[in-house]
Design a protein around this ligand. Structure first.
Ligand code: GLA
Length: 705
């Protein structure tokens, strides 16, 4: 039984963890335990009360509430703030009842005076060791305004000092991993950009001394693709808690009588096995429960953007497609430049039909050609955007996000369609539906190349601040409807690279274009950060010509082969010999693809470490096989000097200890002599000597007998 209830205490158990909440003696719904699963119900602590401190602070400030309203002498971060119709801004949530239905617990809270109800939903994901939480706010009284409605407040055990890990960055430098100690106060990571953003990711871990494979880690993520906020708070009474949800910045939502507001879900988990296990739990969850096409392996694609930019037509694309097909590529994607009036980034967005000058007979001749070469065909779209120089904008200038008395700030010469409007949603559904219905298109790269400015929605009057949520709901509706109508299409979420990467968009998109930065060395860091939160199956990675004179084709391939492999270089500039080598690497990728895309990831040597090496290991679910990627970078100082001297660093080879193998089984590893036990490879390990800027893939195979 994953959830048990006793004396107003609820114990949520997963395979290895437990999460306990309950009513304390004052009747407040508080958090009691989050950690390793214990043998019996009686082993878990009671819901905590608080000790009187002084007349300056009330008990509600001290105890770890599951979902705090703003009331009393309580100054910690609330989960929910509202203004009632009569102007009262005080929220007194009391317990009403709770229901357990299998893996789902709903706790009903109610305001002491007003007919406002809050449902706290908890769902256990037993095999993934995760708890999923969200809240529903219902109003049966006069219209009120919600000013903040978080998804969850995650409480860490009291009396310890924690370190927070988070991802931050910017365009071409997404998913940079930071770890920093928390001190009293509130540390905020957030997006105010309408979308998830390149700048921060809705993900966290908390630890007090964990390493990659050891130690306690509490972690979580938010399934939302709009403005979000993470408030990491250490109270003046030694409690650490993380509040996570839709950003309250510039947000207000009018909740009429009989209406309900549902927050996005947040998942959280606990492990004793370090940051690696935290990532693996999220990866498994995303693969099994989030990704729309589940575990089906992604095809190797070619994308024409870096080769032809806006200059696409049947001939240029066919030339590339022929070369791509000969290399074993399975999916040919034509990027930007194919639609009405699109010769540069200053026109065309919004007019989603083929440009008659470039494609006088439509897209069909090209698609037929690509299909005849044995490849699927994919297309680039940027549905949420419009160039002022487009038929769509000329017909509907009122459809963009704007304030009537303010200039409409353009970025990349484009404005954002207001997807909060149902007419805009319907237009997009219709135009993209027709495009997909008329063509054999099986892949869409869905791009978004700017962030918001002047966030106005004039028609909504006083409800304009709902745009932050209604836009995202509109996006989900458009994308979801198209998915339903075209279930065979694979969708990629791109926002100038990794600007929209979260568990919310992955219910619609099958994969994410992690960054416009395709320099292999930068990618090692970007992919390392991405992998903290999301699995390799959701990470599209290309081999391009960026820094090709300094970084070998093999190295560039090996970096991209750690995710979903694609090629984005200009094949017309690749020599025949290079294309032949690339074809071999594509074939090798196809062999290891099930292990990379569906396997368990162990990050053996982090690119953040001082080591010149970086290494990752992917282990198949049945532990019969693994793939190890090893990279040798050139560091500074003596390293840079040595690179000019020695082919191979005489000081130290990469020393690797594998993980995740069956200790008793025997495995053979490429270039490592006779088979040894899994335990030997995990404890004694192996060494891999590599030259400067060299890389290697090792296959690990269980041997029978
Ligand atoms: C964005 C994407 C690129 C490419 C261009 C096309 O920058 O991230 O991959 O599609 O748009 O304009």
């Amino acid at each position: 039984m994953p959830i048990s209830a006793r004396d107003n205490t609820w114990i949520l158990e997963t395979e290895h963890t437990a999460y306990v909440l309950g009513l304390n003696t004052a009747g407040a719904l508080v958090h009691a335990y989050w950690g390793e699963r214990l043998p019996g119900a009686a082993d878990y602590p009671e819901p905590p009360d608080s000790i009187f401190h002084a007349s300056f602070t009330g008990p509600g400030h001290m105890w770890p509430e599951e979902y705090a309203g703003l009331t009393g002498l309580k100054y910690v971060e609330p989960a929910l703030t509202v203004t009632f119709a009569d102007g009262v801004r005080d929220l007194v949530l009391g317990f009403e009842r709770a229901e357990v239905d299998g893996e789902h617990l709903v706790v009903h809270l109610r305001d002491a005076h007003y007919p406002l109800r809050v449902e706290l939903h908890y769902r256990t994901h037993v095999a993934h060791d995760l708890i999923e939480r969200w809240a529903v706010i219902g109003n049966d009284g006069a219209p009120l305004t919600i000013e903040r409605a978080f998804s969850a407040q995650w409480q860490a055990p009291i009396g310890r000092s924690y370190r927070l890990s988070y991802l931050s960055g910017r365009w071409i430098e997404e998913f940079q991993l930071h770890r920093q100690p928390l001190s009293p106060g509130v540390f905020v990571r957030e997006s105010r950009r309408l979308t998830t953003s390149h700048h921060a990711s809705p993900w966290f871990t908390l630890d007090d001394g964990a390493t990659e494979e050891h130690g306690e880690v509490w972690f979580g993520a938010l399934a939302w693709s709009g403005n979000w906020k993470l408030a990491a708070e250490v109270t003046d009474f030694g409690r650490t808690r993380l509040s996570l949800g839709i950003n309250d910045w510039d947000f207000a939502w009018r909740l009429g009588s009989g209406e309900r507001f549902t927050t996005p879900a947040s998942v959280g988990g606990y492990t004793r096995d370090g940051f690696g296990a935290a990532s693996r739990a999220l990866h498994a969850h995303v693969r099994d429960a989030v990704l729309p096409h589940g575990r089906s392996p992604h095809k190797v694609l070619y994308n024409s953007w870096e080769a032809t930019t806006f200059a696409v037509d049947v001939d240029s694309q066919t030339r590339l497609a022929e070369l791509a097909a000969a290399m074993g590529i399975e999916l040919f994607v034509m990027d930007d430049g194919w639609f009405q009036g699109r010769n540069s980034d200053d026109a065309g967005l919004g007019d989603w039909w083929p440009d008659p000058k470039k494609f006088p007979d439509g897209l069909k001749p090209l698609i037929d050609r690509v299909n005849a070469l044995g490849m699927d065909f994919g297309l680039w779209l940027e549905p949420e955007m419009v160039n002022p120089n487009s038929d769509l904008y000329r017909a509907h200038p009122e459809w963009v996000i704007h304030f009537p008395t303010r200039a409409r700030t353009e970025s990349r010469n484009q404005l954002i369609l207001n997807l909060a409007r149902v007419d805009v949603q319907d237009y997009l559904i219709d135009v993209i539906d027709r495009l997909l219905a008329a063509h054999n298109i099986t892949f869409i790269k869905w791009d978004m190349n700017r962030n918001v400015s002047e966030p106005g929605w004039p028609e909504a009057g006083e409800r304009q601040r709902e745009i932050w949520v209604r836009y995202v709901e509109g996006l989900y509706r458009v994308w979801g409807t198209l998915r339903e109508r075209h279930p065979n299409v694979v969708w990629q979420s791109c926002s100038g690279g990794g600007g929209r990467a979260d568990l919310g968009i992955l219910r619609l998109a099958d994969q994410i274009w992690a960054s416009d930065n395709t320099d292999a060395l930068s990618r090692l860091h970007i992919q390392h950060g991405f992998s903290q939160m999301l699995p390799a199956a959701a990470m599209e990675a290309w081999v391009t010509d960026v820094n090709a004179s300094r970084i070998s084709l093999e190295f560039r391939f090996h970096v991209a082969m750690q995710g979903v492999l694609g090629i984005g270089g200009n094949l017309l500039h690749w020599s025949e010999a290079e294309r032949a080598r690339a074809a071999k690497l594509v074939a090798q990728y196809k062999e290891i693809r099930p292990i990379v895309q569906d396997g368990e990831l162990y990050r053996l040597i982090s690119p953040e470490s001082a080591s010149p090496y970086v290494a990752t290991e992917y282990v198949s679910a049945d532990r019969s096989e693994a793939v190890v990627f090893v990279f040798r970078r050139i560091g500074g100082g003596a390293d840079a000097m040595l690179a000019g001297y020695h082919a191979i660093d005489p000081r130290q080879p990469a020393a690797l200890k594998l993980h995740g193998l069956d200790p008793a089984a025997r495995y053979k590893i490429t270039g490592q002599g006779p088979a040894r036990s899994g335990l030997a490879w995990m404890r004694a390990g192996l060494t891999v000597p590599l030259g400067h800027q060299e890389s290697k893939i090792l296959r690990v195979r269980r041997v029978v007998g």
